[in-house]
Design a protein around this ligand. Structure first.
Ligand code: TYD
Length: 200
């Protein structure tokens, strides 16, 4: 599946309930079983900028969409040092969210062209070898969120999820190395699909 000489930088994206965590777990295990070294990571990061972003996301520190776009991008530039280091050490990097999220979320709330260029034209932001967009309808997503026992104002949530999904689908059309993976089946079946994409 994997050329050991060229470790890959793989990003996972998707709306809430799409199964990013489950699929990253499964792929990490599958790669490790094959003897492929893996580094798992996520954005926002656990660094200073990532911590500031968490506080902004919770509403504790109000930020404009432009401030958020810049902060997520700064977090990414800082994160790239660790990503480069892992790749240089021969590790395949599995990353939960990357610039596809910034472009979908902050791009839609601000100027899409600006947010895109900020990320795609930044020399310190690596282009992923592959972005797996785990796609799920808002209905399926809500069923999963409910099954987890989380409470939500269903209609509001559904509307919100639908908006976010459409933003993602619009944004990723124009972004590099994206594969849309139907995330509606069992975790095992979705994992198989991901392995097929990696083999392909
Ligand atoms: P997180 O707790 O990681 O959520 P999830 O489990 O859904 O990934 O929080 C990430 C939140 O930050 C999520 O709501 C999406 C948002 N986000 C952006 O708005 N822009 C970005 O660039 C990134 C990386 C995340």
């Amino acid at each position: 599946m994997q050329n050991k000489k060229s470790p890959r930088f793989i990003v996972f994206e998707g709306i809430d309930g799409a199964g990013k965590t489950t699929q990253i777990d499964l792929l990490e295990k599958a790669l490790l079983k094959q003897g492929v070294p893996v580094e798992r990571t996520a954005e926002p990061t656990t660094g200073d900028t990532g911590k500031l972003l968490r506080r902004a996301l919770s509403g504790e520190i109000p930020k404009t969409p432009e401030e958020l776009a810049l902060l997520f991008t700064l977090d990414r530039v800082e994160h790239n040092q660790a990503i480069e280091k892992a790749l240089a050490a021969g590790k395949t990097v599995l990353c939960d969210r990357y610039y596809y999220s910034t472009i979908a979320y902050q791009g839609s709330a601000s100027d899409m062209g600006w947010v895109k260029s900020l990320n795609l034209n930044c020399p310190a932001i690596r282009t992923p070898d592959l972005c797996l967009f785990l796609d799920l309808t808002p209905e399926e997503s809500i069923q999963r969120i409910r099954a987890r026992g989380q409470t939500a104002e269903i209609y509001e949530t559904k509307e919100q999820l639908s908006k976010i999904r459409n933003r993602f689908l619009n944004a990723i059309k124009t972004l590099p190395n994206v594969r849309i993976v139907d995330a509606a089946s069992s975790p095992e079946r979705v994992h198989e699909r991901i392995l097929e994409v990696l083999r392909g």
